[in-house]
Design a protein around this ligand. Structure first.
Ligand code: AMP
Length: 490
């Protein structure tokens, strides 16, 4: 597949894509971008979330805006506040090196006065939900007389949500000779009506479910009791000393509590949420980007705009309500051709949501086990063994040291020497009482029985087990630190 350079994008946009770890265009991007860049025409994109449709319209849109012209030139309509925020996040990232460009998202559920204030400055691109936009147009805070591009994203969802009349009204405020780019996962009759009525000779691009992006993401879930989620998370962290993960929580409080629990137990983790000051957030992000912090615990909103591209894992401590959020969360791993794991912690009440995501996004979640003590010990020792095998010797040890040690070890047989070296490494892994945290289907129906017994046939429930021993704060890149005191802004 061709890479982004051959599509005709500007160096500024290419640089931003490079930062994001986007290597090659997805099928819808490869089809839509060159055609939207070269000709001014209408477009119908039959594509769902996860196909890269936002960049398919967002990148050519950025190239077509004149930052020197102080008017709204592009409007992107989205059915929900969540989708609007996600689009805005992506447009912000794509336009990182276009400093003169102003982008604003406006949606219901947030103070309109702040949005009106932000609209005093010319916003070249507005991303909006239909209801709030009509409100803002009514208050003369938004003017669309100079609109050149109208994007209708998830048009079928907009109609499902009853925005048909709102759309008709908005379209009356826009100039006739604009371009309209309509994206929809399905093409019901009502969408065809919009196409026939408002669009002019649109070209059609289409991708199917199999062409969703991020083939390299393994979507997994574990089944567990709600109150065991943090214990399970620690097992996954213990399993992989090279882990680099974002853990998504639902609320700021959950985010802070989980971060504090992990930090208290010596894990190199920290929180990112809206109650932190900008300076605190910048500090956390700097450490995370510089690989000094392997675990970032975040809310969806706070994680917006994080352009990190080398995560090994995304953990969903709680599932988002909106499928687009799941796509964007999990899309933070498996970038730049690498593999990544998106793992959902599924409590008893979360299964229906998981099923919804499966059908909406066309992905298959694989059930995996929460590792137990034996798994952790085995995996850690296996990794260590592999490192020993790969270790270069020639030229590393000075002759006089090797001579001395050969003399010292001469009294030991080969097995004895190996045994001692392995034992030394094993001592770094501490024995602890670790129960099986997996919940089987039969357990789910027996409420209140907890996660003990049943699922794991290896029979080590409650017996002695192992936890990676770690000095407080000594995680791979770490240094000793106390849990940070947080200033609340309330
Ligand atoms: P979308 O379908 O637009 O909601 O995008 C799905 C996810 O894929 C988002 O997290 C994007 O940042 C990501 N993405 C979009 N295009 C690419 C690409 N060409 N390479 C890698 N990731 C991409």
């Amino acid at each position: 597949m061709s890479d982004f350079h051959s599509l005709g994008l500007s160096p500024e946009v290419l640089r931003a894509l490079d930062d994001l770890g986007f290597e090659s265009p997805s099928p819808i991007q490869a089809q839509a971008i060159p055609s939207l860049l070269s000709d001014a025409h209408d477009l119908i994109g039959l594509a769902q979330t996860g196909t890269g449709k936002t960049a398919a319209f967002g990148l050519p849109l950025l190239e077509r805006i004149d930052p020197e012209f102080p008017h709204t030139q592009a409007l992107i309509l989205a059915p929900t506040r969540e989708l609007g925020q996600q689009i805005a996040e992506q447009i912000d990232l794509f336009s990182k090196y276009l400093p003169k460009l102003n982008v604003l998202a406006v949606y219901g559920g947030a103070a309109i006065s702040n949005q009106i204030k932000a609209l005093h400055k010319p916003q070249h691109i507005i991303i909006a939900t239909p209801g709030r936009l009509i409100d803002l147009i009514g208050r003369r805070a938004v003017k669309l007389d100079h609109l050149e591009i109208l994007v209708l994203d998830e048009a079928d969802e907009m109609l499902n949500m009853g925005f048909k009349e709102a759309l008709d009204e908005i379209l009356t405020y826009t100039p006739k000779d604009k371009m309209t780019w309509l994206f929809s996962a399905t093409m019901p009759r009502e969408i065809r009506r919009i196409v026939d009525e408002y669009m002019h000779k649109p070209i059609e691009v289409k991708v199917n479910q199999e062409q969703t992006l991020n083939k390299n993401i393994e979507h997994q879930f574990v089944s567990l009791n709600h109150n065991q989620k943090s214990a399970a998370l620690k097992r996954f962290i213990d399993l992989d000393p090279d882990i680099r993960a974002v853990v998504f929580c639902r609320t700021k409080l959950d985010t802070q509590n989980l971060a504090e629990e992990l930090m208290h137990e010596g894990y190199q983790a920290d929180a990112l949420h809206g109650d932190l000051s900008q300076a605190q957030r910048d500090r956390v992000m700097k450490r995370f980007k510089e690989h000094k912090l392997p675990i970032l615990i975040a809310t969806d909103v706070a994680a917006r705009g994080i352009d990190v591209n080398d995560l090994s894992h995304v953990f969903h401590f709680a599932l988002p309500d909106d499928a687009a959020y799941y796509t964007h969360r999990s899309g933070r791993t498996a970038r730049a051709g690498k593999k990544g794991i998106s793992l959902v912690f599924v409590g008893q009440r979360d299964f229906s949501k998981l099923k919804y995501l499966q059908s909406r996004l066309g992905i298959e979640f694989e059930r995996v086990r929460i590792p137990d003590a034996k798994d952790i010990a085995f995996t850690r020792m296996d990794q260590w063994g592999q490192k020993v095998v790969d270790q270069k010797v020639m030229g590393v040890i000075p002759d006089h040291i090797i001579d001395h040690l050969e003399g010292l070890f001469a009294q030991l047989s080969q097995e004895e020497l190996l045994g001692k070296i392995v034992a030394m490494e094993m001592e770094k892994i501490q024995v602890e009482n670790q129960e099986d945290l997996n919940v089987s289907k039969s357990q789910k129906s027996k409420k209140g029985k907890g996660g003990k017994g049943g699922y794991n046939k290896s029979g080590n429930n409650g017996g002695p087990s192992f936890k990676a021993k770690r000095k407080p704060g000594s995680f791979k890149h770490g240094h000793k630190r106390k849990p940070a005191k947080r200033k609340r802004r309330d």
